[in-house]
Ligand binder design. Structure first.
Ligand code: ADP
Ligand code: ZN
Length: 615
């Protein structure tokens, strides 16, 4: 490694950020904001970084920690990840350590010694550890390069990731006014952002905020018709042998779906808060280590998933808000490679979600807000526009162009039909039956299928009885679903899920407003949608499998996840470029000096062997 800059006063060699990026991490160029944040921290000023998952926030503190004198202290609530994070840094030749409750007293003492004697670049600390007298002594004795506060939204009492210890972080950092600080998060609306800056005493910090867009994620929503089979088809056809997360609403459903997938030969494991702690731990460990594992989970499986190579997030049930949907789908494709956010939903789900809201704790205002959030999500599900446009608009970003990488864009846009008359009939059926029935009953009325109950109520004699023969029961379900999503109908909150009219219903009933419906896509057999960026040609893909095996063996030997050795993207590039020398290998993105030294020979040999065998 050749140093460019020598810091005279400290009498030590200093690399530029660009050099650290290349020599340690093996990357050519910085991404948006990274360089600015790094330069600011190197210069000793504070920063606040709000960037989406996978955009490269970690480098923003890791590089200045390497460059500045002393140890970079990273405060992170994700104890379960520290081991792997540290292993990853060490593989890149960076001296990293962590302190949390999983260490024995002896090991902790050893770490402290390394930190005191300046043999460490980066130290990860659990927040609760920070306030112990012992840690305070350590901080006083050591040279601190910077404080990085990860998952900074944990200071927010209103968020679901709230950590009380985060409120006390400023008490510690205040003692070191000369040490630059950086706070980072991927989830913060305006209110939360201000709360973070205030509570961490970072109001003077320069703010770096980037687009929320995750261009490598393809957003797809389908109608649920046979959920399990659709899920199996999606996994088998498009993600066989790959890692993913399937979110379900209830614990029971989690177990049922996990079991079913296993029976179908898919490597799946269940995770929810009701499982015994050791079962949960096993599931987490398997997710962290295994290749091609599918975790079926409730939302309890969340904070702390930072495996970069999650290829899909599937929603078996709809989440409760756009925020939840965006956060959950955001766990896919952190490595920047193509990934799928796939969701299926039905009218029944929508009703179930509402009922769940109804039963939830909280006052009326709270419920009303939650209901609006759910409505926004339904609107997203039913949109005829580019899904990414709708998603980003919700978070305040306006895009003029359709994205080209969502279900709608890829299928050449959704078909619409004029549903004005159908909407009038459906709304009229709701009104004339007294606004207390659900879809099933109303559809029978529309189709003129009387039964004993209907006769008792006299609903076989109302004007709307039997006027809906032009559509099938399934099509009427689609009409009701979309009427709810578009706000023309709502679900009664205090009775048994009967539909009621809204303010928006009347203009439709009076013929003053037209309604457009989205044509439900025919439930075709899910076929692999073309992903040219990702797919290797058969030869390269054969070599990639070969290299994957080698990576797997090395990772197992070291007891670290495979991506710690090389990311998929790096391995794929190798399979295409087939480096033959160390110099060639260093050209591959994600190969720094340390990794080239450690694994270069093994991978180059593997490639040459493979070439001679397939020649
Ligand atoms: P975040 O913390 O924002 O979720 P990470 O810091 O984990 O994201 O980075 C996501 C991925 O992007 C990692 O695999 C990381 O190595 C990679 N990465 C970060 N910066 C760059 C860069 N400048 N060039 C190439 N890859 C990068
Ligand atoms: Zn699109």
């Amino acid at each position: 490694m050749k140093p460019l800059l020598v810091n005279q006063t400290e009498n030590r060699i200093v690399l530029t950020p660009q050099e650290v990026l290349q020599t340690y991490f093996g990357y050519d160029a910085f991404r948006e904001h990274q360089q600015d944040v790094i330069e600011r921290l190197v210069a000793g000023s504070d920063a606040f970084v709000l960037m989406p998952t996978g955009s490269g926030k970690s480098l923003c503190y890791q590089i200045p920690a390497v460059i500045r004198k002393g140890v970079g202290v990273v405060i992170s609530p994700l104890i379960a990840l520290m081991h792997d994070q540290v292993a990853g840094l060490r593989e890149n030749g960076i001296r990293a350590e962590y302190l949390n409750s999983s260490l024995s007293a002896d090991d902790a003492a050893r770490v402290e010694e390394k930190v005191r004697s300046a043999q460490t670049d980066i130290l990860y600390v659990a927040p609760e550890r920070l306030f112990t007298p012992r840690c305070r002594r350590l901080l006083d004795d050591m040279n601190i390069a910077l404080f990085a506060i990860d998952e900074a939204h944990c200071v927010s009492q209103w968020g679901h990731d709230f950590r009380p210890e985060y409120l006390r972080i400023a008490d510690v950092t205040r003692q070191f006014p000369k040490v630059p600080r950086v706070a980072m998060t991927a989830t913060a609306d305006d209110v939360t952002r201000r709360e973070i800056l205030r509570k961490l005493e970072l109001t003077e910090a320069r703010q770096f905020i980037s687009s929320f867009d995750r261009p490598n994620i393809c957003y797809r929503v389908r109608l649920k018709d046979n959920g399990k089979r659709q899920l199996r088809g999606f996994i088998r056809d498009e993600h066989a042998g790959e890692t993913g997360i399937v979110y379900c609403r209830t614990r029971r459903r989690v177990e049922e779906v996990a079991l079913w997938l296993e029976e179908q030969g898919i490597n799946a494991v269940a995770y929810h808060a009701g499982l015994a702690p050791e079962k949960r731990l096993t599931a987490q460990k398997r997710f962290a280590r295994e290749e091609g594992i599918v975790v079926v989970a409730t939302i309890a499986f969340g904070l702390g998933i930072d495996r970069p190579d999650v290829r899909f997030v599937a929603h078996f049930d709809i989440p409760m808000s756009m925020e939840a949907y965006y956060q959950e789908t955001g766990r896919a494709g952190r490595d920047g490679e193509p990934a799928d956010a796939w969701m299926i939903y039905s009218l029944g789900d929508v009703v179930a979600a509402r009922q769940m809201l109804m039963r939830s704790e909280g006052d009326e205002t709270f419920k009303l807000i939650q209901q609006r959030k759910l409505d926004a999500l339904l609107g997203y599900c039913e949109t005829m526009a580019c899904r990414r446009q709708v998603l980003l608009r919700y978070f305040g970003e306006v895009r003029d162009e359709a994205c080209g990488n969502c279900g709608t864009c890829r299928s050449g846009g959704a078909d619409a039909w004029d549903g004005t008359v159908a909407a009038q009939k459906a709304l009229s059926a709701v009104y004339r039956t007294g606004q207390r029935f659900g879809a099933q009953y109303l559809i029978k009325v529309l189709l003129g299928q009387e039964d004993e109950r209907m006769q008792r109520f006299g609903h076989d004699r109302i004007k709307t009885f039997g006027v809906g023969g032009e559509l099938t029961a399934k099509e009427w379900r689609s009409v009701f679903r979309q009427l709810i999503a578009l706000g023309f109908l709502t679900v009664e909150m205090d009775r048994r899920a009967g539909f009621v009219l809204t303010d928006k219903s009347w203009p439709v009933l009076r013929g003053e407003q037209d309604v457009q419906f989205r044509k439900d896509a025919a439930p075709k057999k899910s076929k692999r949608e073309k992903r040219p960026e990702m797919d290797l040609d058969p030869t390269a893909s054969d070599l990639w499998e070969h290299l994957r095996k080698l990576r797997h063996e090395i990772a197992q030997g070291l007891e670290v996840p495979a991506y710690v050795i090389f990311h998929d993207k790096t391995l794929k590039e190798m399979a295409v470029q087939r480096p033959a020398t160390r110099e060639d290998l260093l050209q591959v993105s994600g190969v720094g000096e340390t990794k080239a030294d450690r694994y270069g020979d093994q991978f180059i040999t593997a490639i040459t062997d493979w070439e001679s065998r397939s020649a």
